[in-house]
Design a protein around this ligand. Structure first.
Ligand code: HEM
Length: 457
């Protein structure tokens, strides 16, 4: 007979895991559950057996050592309604083949090539900021990272469509709790329901944009050798075991959305945390002055921008843009000291593990210095996993680090942001990604040029 780790009973577990209208209760339920029952929890949810893993070695089993015994979980499966069968949602040999096809667009020298566009767009953003004129940072960062992903990965200008893409994404995020609810599949059969209608309209908007990008590239007079994602996809599409138009659409849509939304969230949380911690903003300014002086950063500056990176790392610890990974076991597999049976659902949540006091001193505090003062040197490998791990590790990890560091450095060199007076707290919305629960109004203050002396005005 299978032995299960301790955990709550069916009623409490099923109630705790119900997405409700906004999924807001799930992270708290997961945290309370591991606090009460221990780092590996098992519980019956509906007719399924769930595991929650908050033990780094067991997370490594799940993602790396025994990754082949698992496929993506239900949340990801339901994402197929929007993303189709792209890299994020596909499994097995098919996933591996697709990943190999796209990978060259993410090689180090390609990312070095994208860096100039990242900085140029961040400079343009900084040019448009006006002192004391409050801006909504989440929208601003979504526009910025969308523009960067469009230009670097798809060789396209999507600035004009930014609002339409933003609204469509909002709508898709809004419909996610219903989509992953127990009646999610049923909803698909009622196209006249407002929530289904709105989702379909949002998908149609995004489809039209992604198909336009693909068509434009196909019709480009001289085939370019940009080495970007679109080129990899189209080249593979024309090959002997090529992809059909829909498969190209699925891969492009996945990278188009995954390639900007998460980084926008990471940057938004970072600006918010900096606004709440002026001493950290001051230390960041000091690094930027010493490494860059009066110039904008380049790809070669990234290694020297250590503290800038630590600020991003710490923001992603507190507010991991990807807050949970889910898998389903396709065969019995070891998980730490336990064995999960085939069919079990396993969840590991960055939002839970990144706040665990066993690994983090003052877990709720924003302390970027912990990343360079030795405190995190002995951290178990999967106590921090904002990009997942194993064969399904984020393909855009280096892209995202480079982008976040360069965007933060470029803008923070010129601007500081304070929280608008009515913004004391910023809650989160756990959907597909961890988004701010409300708008994020921040007030820009210009950083004085070096020659003018110290500090900000
Ligand atoms: C701060 C930014 C980002 C974070 C926190 C993040 C996080 C993640 C995580 C945790 C996964 C693994 C999910 C799982 O195991 O179930 C993932 C996968 C993925 N990410 Fe990211 N990501 C970020 C940026 C990006 C960027 C910039 C791109 C593309 C340009 C991207 C494209 C993808 C894709 C395609 C996958 C699926 C990979 C596969 O399964 O082969 N992500 N991401």
């Amino acid at each position: 007979m299978t032995r299960f780790p301790p955990g709550p009973g069916r009623l409490a577990a099923t109630r705790g895991m119900l997405p409700g209208r906004n999924m807001a209760g799930i992270p708290g339920f997961l945290r309370a559950t591991v606090a009460r029952y221990g780092p590996i929890v098992s519980m019956p949810v509906g007719r399924q057996r769930f595991y929650v893993v908050n033990e780094p070695a067991a997370i490594e089993d799940l993602l790396v050592n025994h990754g082949r015994s698992f496929v993506k979980g239900r949340g990801t499966q339901r994402l197929e309604r929007l993303l189709g069968r792209g890299l994020l949602t596909s499994n097995g040999a098919f996933h591996l083949r697709q990943r190999r096809l796209v990978q060259p667009a993410f090689h180090r020298e390609r990312i070095a090539g994208y860096a100039a566009a990242m900085v140029a767009r961040a400079e343009r953003f900084a040019d448009g900021v006006r002192a004391e004129r409050t801006l909504e940072m989440h929208q601003a960062m979504l526009h910025l990272t969308l523009g960067i992903a469009g230009e670097t990965l798809f060789g396209a200008d999507v600035d004009r469509e930014a609002d339409a893409i933003g609204s469509a994404l909002d709508e898709a995020m809004r419909s996610f709790p219903a989509a992953v609810s127990p009646i999610g599949e049923l909803l698909d059969h009622f196209p006249f329901l407002p929530i289904v209608r709105r989702f379909r309209a949002a998908r149609a908007t995004l489809d039209a944009i992604v198909y336009r990008l693909i068509d434009e590239r196909r019709r480009a007079p001289a085939p370019s050798a940009r080495g970007d994602v679109l080129e990899m996809l189209l080249a593979a599409g024309d090959g002997p075991d090529g992809m059909d138009a829909e498969q190209i659409r699925d891969e492009a849509m996945t990278i188009f959305l995954a390639g900007h939304e998460t980084t926008a969230n990471a940057l938004t949380w970072t600006w918010w945390l900096l606004a709440r911690h002026p001493a950290v903003a001051e230390a960041l300014g000091a690094e930027l002055r010493s490494v860059l002086g009066e110039r904008a950063p380049t790809f070669d500056d990234v290694p020297a921008l250590r503290f800038t990176r630590d600020v991003v790392a710490e923001a992603m610890r507190l507010y991991p843009p990807a807050w949970i990974v889910g898998r389903r076991a396709i065969e019995a597999a070891p998980l730490g000291e336990w064995t999960v049976p085939a069919g079990a659902v396993v969840l590991a949540s960055q939002l839970v593990t990144h706040h665990d006091p066993r690994f983090w001193r003052e877990p709720e505090a924003f302390r970027p210095e912990r990343w360079s003062n030795g405190e995190t040197d002995a951290l178990p490998k999967f106590a921090y996993f904002p990009f997942g791990g194993g064969t399904r590790v984020c393909i855009g990890e280096s892209f995202a680090w480079t982008e976040a560091v360069l965007v933060l450095a470029t803008i923070a060199r010129r601007w500081r942001f304070a929280a608008a007076p009515d913004l004391d707290e910023l809650g989160y919305q756990p959907r597909v990604t961890l988004r701010p629960a409300t708008a994020v109004p921040l007030v820009p203050r210009a950083v004085a040029p070096l020659a003018a002396g110290l500090g900000t005005r």
